[in-house]
Design a protein around this ligand. Structure first.
Ligand code: GLA
Length: 374
């Protein structure tokens, strides 16, 4: 009898614990779990910030947003005398209405920038003076429009090569290495209160990180207003190792800049390139061997992804305060760019929410990795 009663008590207690856990999993959000540590954001596509898709999920989970494409040069400034802010305005409005930190991405990049920017009417390269003037007009018009609304800007995106030297982009070729300095100066003039970021991928690798550290040190010496570095963190299951990630965050924090994780996702598919890269111009031929999970992600890989995400968030949380924002590049697996890059038409699973916008085991693992849940 006593034994039966004890067992009954255990069963009741286990029931309460199970109900409690289910409730906490449902009610806990990413933004609340990491409150006091860093903001948690997501990059949104048009159907998301116009309220057609994932609206409740986005507003309940995230307190910061980034625009997947609508603030890129080719969209806001497609022709020399044409600016088109119709989508960008809606993006900013969505963020402000929902009291989110609105990020601007990006101003000066070699990709998704129309050719006319670098050419004259004959198709020849423009002079340094002309390109600087075009850069200034663009930055003043775009940053000026959202002054006080967009709180931080990725001003220069991906200026470095893998060896840490400057990428020979049209910006670098035509203007010279000081194009970076001018870009930050113009952005600062247009909105002196906005936080200005330098954003790049593979900064966890020593050579490229060295280049970025130099770039920021030099900027500080010259009084160029760069206040934060953005680690894109397009990762896979092994790369970047968390020790390398942690060292990278510390190295930038030591220079006195904030560290933002700006484009996080974890690729679970077999590697399609020899080198670790997130260069959007890479295009690899389709091969069924490189697309093994078209009918769903096996449980084993699902669990490995959860562990990988727990390790990443434990590392970010170790740097609370140095890391001030962690943004996922997308909301659900259905919309991730990783389904189309570097091979078109694959089925990838890089985010915390599945194709039906339901939380994956990786979501719960991220919640559990928060300092307050440990
Ligand atoms: C880079 C850019 C982003 C986006 C991703 C891929 O990381 O910074 O704007 O284009 O590639 O979608």
């Amino acid at each position: 009898m006593v034994k039966e009663l004890t067992m009954l008590r255990w069963a009741v207690l286990a029931g309460f614990v199970a109900i409690g856990m289910a409730a906490s999993a449902q009610t806990t959000s990413l933004k609340d779990a990491y409150q006091g540590c860093f903001l948690v954001g997501a990059a949104l596509n048009v159907s998301e910030f116009t309220g057609q898709k994932n609206g409740a999920l986005i507003t309940s989970q995230f307190n910061s947003i980034s625009p997947e494409n609508v603030l890129k040069w080719e969209i806001v400034h497609p022709k020399p005398d044409t600016y088109d802010f119709s989508l960008a305005d809606k993006y900013v409005e969505f963020g402000l209405k929902n009291h989110m930190e609105v990020v601007g991405h990006n101003l000066v990049w070699h990709s998704q920038t129309p050719k006319w920017v670098f050419e004259d009417e004959k198709g020849d390269p423009v002079t340094r003076e002309v390109l600087l003037r075009r850069m200034r007009d663009h930055i003043h018009t775009v940053v000026g429009r959202y002054k006080g609304k967009i709180k931080e800007w990725d001003v220069v995106n991906e200026a470095l090569d893998e060896d840490g030297t400057m990428r020979m982009s049209p910006w670098r070729k035509i203007i010279g290495p000081d194009y970076i300095q001018y870009a930050y100066q113009y952005a600062h003039e247009a909105d002196p209160k906005a936080q200005l970021n330098y954003n790049d991928y593979n900064l966890e690798n020593e050579a490229k990180r060295g280049g970025a550290l130099k770039l920021i040190e030099l900027a500080k010496k010259r009084g160029v207003p760069i206040q934060a570095v953005g680690l894109q963190d397009h990762f896979d299951m092994e790369w970047a190792p968390v020790s390398q990630l942690s060292d990278t965050i510390s190295a930038f924090a030591k220079l006195g800049v904030k560290v933002m994780i700006t484009e996080l996702d974890v690729d679970v598919l077999p590697k399609a390139t020899k080198q670790q890269t997130s260069d959007v111009s890479v295009n690899v031929a389709a091969d069924p061997k490189l697309n093994p999970y078209t009918n769903g992600l096996p449980d084993e890989i699902q669990q490995q992804l959860a562990t990988r995400y727990a390790d990443l968030f434990s590392t970010y949380a170790k740097h609370c305060g140095e890391v001030t924002r962690v943004t996922f590049w997308g909301v659900t697996d259905a919309d991730s760019w990783k389904n189309g890059w570097p091979i078109k038409g694959r089925t990838n699973y890089p985010l915390l929410f599945d194709r039906d916008a339901k939380p994956k085991p990786a979501f719960e693992a991220v919640i559990q990795a928060a300092p307050k849940n440990k």
